[in-house]
Design a protein around this ligand. Structure first.
Ligand code: PLP
Length: 432
């Protein structure tokens, strides 16, 4: 029997997306990544149909004995990988992880100190996002474009005078680690708490390339599990403080009913992969980012934070004001199948979000597809062909599609033994 036409229409959309983004684009969105075949295979199981409100062993629903087992397992694996005492994995996204943390640590009418959106904060850190929804007031932490970081001395003065209840670090444009240690001391000296949103850099922390902010004095770390950490889309919260953990966990149900349990097997597998291969992946990622930044500059494209060495993360940001602005450049790159996003830079006003000065790149996904330093030099040339040399994006698109054919296999890390891959294939052939 022929299927209804609508089904073919749906299939066509999905197939078109799959062949375009998975095989024909150079994906440089800094908040995205790709799961391993093993994690992907474990993502679609019966668990995606189930509810399990509450905590393992204390559920409001029957039928969750294996859900309890996987939730405990994933928490244990994450605790070990990040060397922390308590993990709350039920946040289905980084935004909800922030909501849970902010709600647990502050009340309506309290104040939180955060950097501005233009200087990198995520919208959930601000009065336009979760902070505002919870009635928490926002004051700004000063940002220095010289250091491309929070101005610690000024920030300490502001904290001392304004006495916020919360200090929120971590960012969406996150090139260099925020000064957690100093600001945690400042927070604790006035009885405030420090939340570090490590959404973007969780994979770099897992690989040991960035320090876990909890080990530098943060009270709580929130994160997404799908940016540099190449797991399923989701969030998590971690802490070493038992009372804080109890407060966090008691607020999960404020924001989440069904916590999308089918993420957990994929998250568990990704966590194990990161335990074995995370370091080489993270190292290659930051090497690629640095080389990419230098190559862009060599091609005549201004990269921010030049005096600081451009980046210590997976991200690179270019200032494209002289080429017509971020909106125009992100769009023309997309025409050439190079996918990135326009981005505010610290001197932009928030109202300029639709045409900011910058474009943000992340190298983590293409690193997972096997790209190394010399490949990112090629990518920089392709970008300059469009931005600097004004070549026709349609012509460059053909080159991008050809180039991308060399990078279709997903690497866990660069020291992965071939037998590992073979065993994964055998395991997958067994079916679930
Ligand atoms: C720093 C930061 N925190 C939180 C989030 C939100 O994460 P999610 O998309 O998982 O809700 C983002 C999104 O990119 C982010 O950049």
């Amino acid at each position: 029997m022929l299927l209804p036409n609508e089904i073919y229409e749906v299939l066509k959309i999905v197939r078109s997306h799959e062949s375009w983004r998975r095989f024909e684009c150079i994906n440089l969105i800094a908040s995205e990544n790709i799961m391993s075949p093993l994690a992907k295979a474990l993502y679609v199981t019966d668990m995606m149909h189930r509810y399990a409100e509450g905590r393992p062993g204390k559920r409001f629903y029957q039928g969750s004995r294996y859900i309890d087992a996987i939730e405990l397992k994933v928490s244990e694996l994450l605790s070990c990988l990040f060397n922390v005492r308590f993990i709350e994995p039920r946040a289905p996204s980084g935004t909800i992880a922030n909501a849970i943390a902010f709600k647990a640590l502050a009340d309506a009418g309290d104040t939180a100190a955060v950097v501005s959106i233009s200087s990198g904060a995520h919208i959930s850190h601000t009065s336009r996002g979760i902070l505002g929804a919870l009635g928490i007031k926002q004051i700004e932490l000063p940002f220095s474009t010289e250091l491309w970081n929070i101005d610690v001395d000024q920030a300490m003065k502001i904290i001392e005078v304004a006495r916020p209840k919360l200090i929120v670090l971590g960012a969406s444009l996150y090139l260099f680690p925020h000064p957690t240690k100093q600001l945690a001391e400042a927070a604790h000296s006035i009885g405030a708490r420090l939340v570090h949103d490590a959404a973007h850099v969780l994979g770099l922390i897992a690989g040991g390339i960035w320090t876990n902010p909890l080990h530098e004095g943060a009270d709580v770390v929130t994160a997404s599990t799908h940016k540099t950490f190449p797991g399923p889309q989701g969030g998590l919260v971690m802490t070493n403080d038992e009372n804080v953990f109890k407060a966090l966990s008691s607020h999960v149900l404020t924001f989440v009913s069904n916590h999308h349990i089918h993420r957990f097997p994929a998250l568990a597998v990704t966590t194990i992969e990161m335990k074995y291969f995370g370091e080489s992946y993270a190292l290659q990622t930051i090497r690629n980012a640095k080389t990419f930044a230098e190559a862009l500059v060599a091609e005549g494209i201004p990269v921010v934070a030049e005096n600081m060495g451009y980046t210590k993360s997976h991200m690179v940001a270019i200032d494209v004001r002289k080429f017509g602005g971020g909106a125009k450049i992100a769009k023309v790159l997309e025409e050439a199948n190079i996918i990135a996003n326009k981005n505010l830079l610290p001197w932009d006003r928030q109202e300029e979000a639709y045409n900011p000065s910058g474009v943000r790149f992340g190298v983590q996904e293409m690193t997972r597809f096997g790209m190394r330093e010399k490949d990112f030099e090629e990518v920089a040339k392709l970008i300059a062909d469009i931005i600097v040399r004004g070549r026709d994006p349609a012509e460059i698109r053909k080159k991008v599609i050809e180039f991308r054919k060399m990078f279709t296999k997903i690497y866990y890390g660069f020291d992965m033994p071939e037998e590992f891959n073979k065993s994964v294939e055998e395991f997958l052939n067994l079916g679930i």
